[in-house]
Write a protein that binds this ligand. Structure first.
Ligand SMILES: Cc1cc2nc3c(=O)[nH]c(=O)nc-3n(C[C@H](O)[C@H](O)[C@H](O)COP(=O)(O)OP(=O)(O)OC[C@H]3O[C@@H](n4cnc5c(N)ncnc54)[C@H](O)[C@@H]3O)c2cc1C
Length: 397
């Protein structure tokens, strides 16, 4: 969409046809919604009757953060559109911008000439194999990326996946709103109202529970909610009615992949994937898609060498996502919070102002220095009345 809007000739191929469902829950942070708004697409999410959410309930082993971030640039709610809704809006926007979109086209290989990627090979449905030639091939094909495999993009900063997820859609839970709750036993559940009057409910547990969980999914799904919040577990048993099959996933390890090379680049999960615990994958894909498109435009327009522009994309992607990656992989372990997070989040939970600030930081619209700069930390601890000997200042503590 971005490149087509700038007048470049773009072909988008996807093995799916749209509307298409992906194994993914649907939470989009304010930072991602701001990108959709800027691109003129947020109104389409709203027009699809995606429920607006204006209260968040985050719980970390007894620490409760209940509130909402201050509105930014008119974004005063968050949304969880189903992927059938979101992906179709994005694909249509690319088409409207002038990109040629070919659905049901599976990429099987990249075309290489003189050490440089010069296109893709694949087929539409059961049709004959075709080659499409391009100045640059972008692999936006998710964590099983064929493009990444074929170009041999190396992995780095890999951290083992901690858990597995099961989720489904329920009626009867409209009054719940958005919850994101960690229990004491490496178990978590989340709830998000989505389209068609349904509430998506997900559980994550660490891998040691997988074998037992699989044996009776319905019972164990209920048991996780009971374990994390007995009160909500009771409501779930009484009011929740499952409307669709469970979607399970044991997700891959967290990783970064080299994001570019001669004639190719990677974006989204193809180049950088992390635990779904913090729900940052879609937002990061938006941010990095835009970042990459700007750099490709600079290269195609001859403003600077493509290689240099793509190297900058790789560097900025890694720098800008480092905090989220660290936060996600740490909290995704579902174990005891590290002392620094425990001390600061516990202090934040004692005031609405600090709670809302933290929810803004989680949503990517409050810079981290507003909470974690030394003078801000001091103010936080003062406001919460934390005794001097319980104040922790070192994130590595
Ligand atoms: C269980 C789970 C829950 C999640 N929950 C959230 C959440 O709440 N919020 C959030 O922000 N993120 C969440 N994520 C992460 C999020 O789903 C991903 O980060 C995001 O979808 C990445 O987008 P993408 O476009 O890079 O890849 P994908 O969404 O995976 O899209 C890849 C596309 O490539 C196509 N494709 C793949 N291979 C080929 C091929 N060979 N040829 C042609 N086409 C191909 C696919 O059909 C697909 O359309 C979750 C992930 C999981 C696994």
């Amino acid at each position: 969409m971005h490149l087509a809007r700038q007048g470049h000739r773009v072909v988008v191929v996807d093995r799916a046809s749209f509307p298409s469902d992906s194994v993914s829950t649907h939470y989009i942070h304010q930072a991602g919604l701001l990108r959709l708004k800027e691109w003129g697409l947020l109104d389409e999410i709203i027009a699809a009757k995606t429920p607006p959410l204006r209260k968040m309930h985050y719980g970390y082993r007894g620490i409760e953060l209940n509130g909402f971030a201050d509105p930014v640039d008119g974004v005063d709610a968050v949304y969880c559109p189903r992927r059938t809704v979101l992906d179709e809006i994005l694909v249509n926007a690319a088409r409207r911008a002038g990109a040629e979109v070919v659905e049901n086209f599976t990429v099987t290989d990249v075309v290489v000439s003189d050490g440089r990627v010069t296109g893709i090979r694949g087929r539409e449905g059961d049709g004959p194999e075709r080659e499409l030639r391009a100045t640059i091939v972008v692999g936006a094909d998710g964590f099983h990326s064929t493009v990444a495999k074929k170009v041999g993009a190396e992995l780095y900063n890999v951290r083992p996946a901690a858990g597995f997820i099961y989720y489904s859609y329920y009626t009867g839970l409209e009054s719940w709103g958005l919850h994101h709750k960690n229990g004491m036993n490496e178990k978590w559940f989340g709830t998000w109202p989505t389209n068609d009057g349904l509430t998506m409910v997900a559980t994550i547990c660490t891998k040691r529970y997988l074998k037992e969980f699989r044996q009776d999914v319905e019972t164990n799904f209920q048991a996780v909610i009971d374990d994390v919040s007995p009160e909500m577990g009771e409501q779930f048993r009484d009011m929740g009615r499952r409307a669709e099959d469970f979607r399970p996933m044991r997700y891959p390890d967290n990783y970064y992949r080299r994001a570019y090379g001669p004639g190719w680049a990677l974006v989204g999960d193809a180049g950088y994937h992390k635990d779904p615990y913090t729900g940052w994958g879609i937002t990061d894909s938006f941010l990095h898609g835009e970042l990459l498109a700007e750099r490709i435009h600079q290269g195609l327009a001859g403003e600077r060498p493509m290689e240099e522009a793509l190297a900058e994309y790789n560097k900025l992607r890694d720098e800008e996502s480092a905090g989220v990656y660290d936060f996600t992989t740490t909290l995704g372990e579902l174990t005891e919070l590290p002392p620094f997070f425990k001390a600061t989040m516990s202090a934040m939970s004692k005031s609405q102002e600090w709670t809302n600030k933290m929810l803004g930081l989680i949503g990517g619209v409050v810079p981290d220095y507003e909470i974690y700069a030394p003078d801000a930390l001091e103010r936080l601890y003062d406001d919460a009345g934390v005794p001097q000997d319980e104040r922790i200042y070192d994130p590595a503590a």
